[in-house]
Design a protein around this ligand. Sequence first.
Ligand code: ATP
Ligand code: CU1
Length: 837
Amino acid sequence: MGITVREPSGLSERAAAERLAEYGPNELSQPRPPRLPVRAARQLADPMSILLLIAGLVTLIVLGEIPEGLAILTILLVNVVIGVSQETKADHAVRALRTLTAPMAKVVRDGAVRRIPAAEVVPGDVVQVAAGDRVPADARLSEATGLGVDESMLTGESLSSDKRAAQADGAGGTLADRHDELFAGTLVVRGSGVAEVTRTGARTEMGRIASALGGGVKGPLAVELAQVSRRIGLVAVMAGGVMILIGLSRVQRGEAALLDIILAGVALAIAAVPESLAAAVTTALALGSQRMAALGVIVRRLPAIEALGATTVIATDKTGTLTTGHLTVTDHVTASEIDLWRGALRCNDARDGLGDAVDVALAAAAERHGLRPPPGEERLAARPFDAETRSMAVITATNEDRPLLTVKGAPEVVLARCVPGPETERLARAVSGLADRGMRVLALADKRTDDLDAAGLRALGLVALSDEIRPSAARAVTDCRAAGIRVVMVTGDHADTARAIAEEVGITAEPVVTGAALQALGGADDGRSKRSARLREAAVLARVDPGTKLDLVRALREDGQVVTMTGDGVNDAPALRNADVGVAMAGEEGTDVAREAASVVVTTGDLGTIVAGVREGRRLRHNVSSMVGYLLTGNLAEILIVLTGLIAWPDLVVPLLPVQLLWINLVLDGIPAIALGVDRPAGDPLALRPTGGLLSWPVLTRIALRAVAVGALVFSAVEVARRLGWSEEQVRSQAVLALVFARLTLAYVVRARRRTFERGWWRGRSVLVAVTATAALQILVTVIPVLGAPLALVPVPPVGWAMALGAAMLSVIVCDMVRYRAGLVVSPSGPAPGGRG
Ligand SMILES: Nc1ncnc2c1ncn2[C@@H]1O[C@H](COP(=O)(O)OP(=O)(O)OP(=O)(O)O)[C@@H](O)[C@H]1O
Ligand SMILES: [Cu+]
């Protein structure tokens, strides 16, 4: 426990509540979400909507076709409503997540340390900060131990600035000179301190600068989708152009009006562009992130969902992830119990049961042995625990004349600094017996000196802490293996401890690679490549420092793996940022720095939770690829029919009227596409192994082949209708009916794993509802003339229905054949490179 001269007891809860009412919450005001009309206007400003508006007005006013013109405008309205509601939904989801990851602060209230939301911090609060924390408010330091703060976000200076406790009267000056002040929003990179809050919320230095926290960086998925949309847009415009060119010859011959042809071309272009794709994908991701939040997986950046689903390697911490993280001292080796536990209390930063898990466990053990912090001792200097040195050192003024240095840490580190002798050797030999049992072993030593780095210490003994395995972790490891995901344990702990735990949870414990072994490979080019190879094959990495995590991430990613990495410490940030998915812990266990570097925050560090996230990620990837397949296949088939029909059926002028194209694409298609986005396919989603990119060549080939097949089937149905001598309206109605039915069955084709109507295909309520509702809608407008009139649809004879259903059923069969075939005909170059998300 930190013994200090002044032990500030902080505000009382009552005073704090009063101040909160007076000063308001400690937050920078968030930009308000745009209002409904603004959102609607944004949707309308989209080029497609503008085209649609023009097309509708031209039909209505210039051509004087009132029902058709109104229908087009209604379709536009429906489209805007769907767009706005999707955007609002996605927005809500993202906002809800932001609240979940709200920052916390440690304050002293009524004399005890509490963790409270940073927004509730008030001026006058006594806050504690330690390495890894984001400073919650502007504050004046009353205590500082080796405190260093990164203030680059305020001052632009990349070097961290050293802080010390305030003197009687603090001097002003530029921000960078104010060494006894902490500023809201800056990051503590080392040491610890206690400070009294001076300003909160918008009154802080950060508040004055105003938040520069912009969000919304586009992820790879969004970029890929934007690219796809652009390409398809080009194809669509070309298709529309071709249509107009073909039509022009007809205008010359006096068979059609110019305006009709142009409108039809524009409609084809609008119809062919999957404008709902990007919005539907964003919605699917946003809703998926909400579902994940319910599982305890909070996604900070939406594209991480997709990357989670694509994960091939999970690099995990040991403590807190595979084990519960509740450390208890279960064994110790010592010559003098009293000296050992006194040392454990001196070299300890825990307070009121809060703080580092090791320190909390040691304080509890000391108390069990009847020791309390000796009164009247004052801490003169300290070097906080740090994962690089694996030790902590404290100098205290005791009742005796000379100050006392106490060191605790990894046995290799501490015992190496002790005077050699039988006792030191006895302890060194005892280490591996304890570690073999999966326990974390620490050594303690002391010496009368005021030098933190002194050697020649007296060994006090060993303490062994055990940590229970999480039962869910073992299951998660098995799940991962079944799903083809490798689990690698990365720990700062002893190799023997690591191996014992790895074996217990079912991670193949071979090979165990230690930091020392990696170091021995040297730093030359040759050594580096050997090092990467060693890192890639390791199942357990022990006694490694956080820097090695970054090397591991790099080595694995170079190898084409998609890496999910967990981390909690200040030094884990680079690795978390560089991994495909960085996972940090919410709450006390993780640091703010790690959380900000991570793309995913989990409420329990449990590996099972992370695997649940991977499962959801795989499901979402599957859903997004279903959606893309569904929309692209359908649209392409439609373009093919319109273009071939234009040539084959000159008497029809245009095979499908603009209003019909828009009806099919903008109304009927949107509903099943959204349903596919939130689909629950049969079976365990974890088994849906990611294959290549969203639009790799095999995928595109499959889409093209299926589109040709569906197009040909619908074309035949229409051709038969023409031969039977039906009227122009009936032939077009037949085309719409067959196309809609065939496209609807595509929803089932794209989401299936092996066969369209495989076991459990009917499960997944959203798709069933969407497809049935859409089919019903189409049937209604076909059989009820009043409803069909604006769309120029008329009832068709029974043969027509039979042909539409036949085309739909045959589509399924042909598309399933393509499913098998595609694996054989395409992609000789192995998996496509799009797998990394
Ligand atoms: N509070 C502490 N004071 C002194 N030494 C410590 C403390 N905590 C840990 N150590 C030592 O440092 C070593 C590394 O600890 P660290 O917490 O960095 O491991 P880690 O990589 O987080 O482990 P894990 O994978 O189990 O979470 C430990 O094995 C222990 O010997
Ligand atoms: Cu004991």
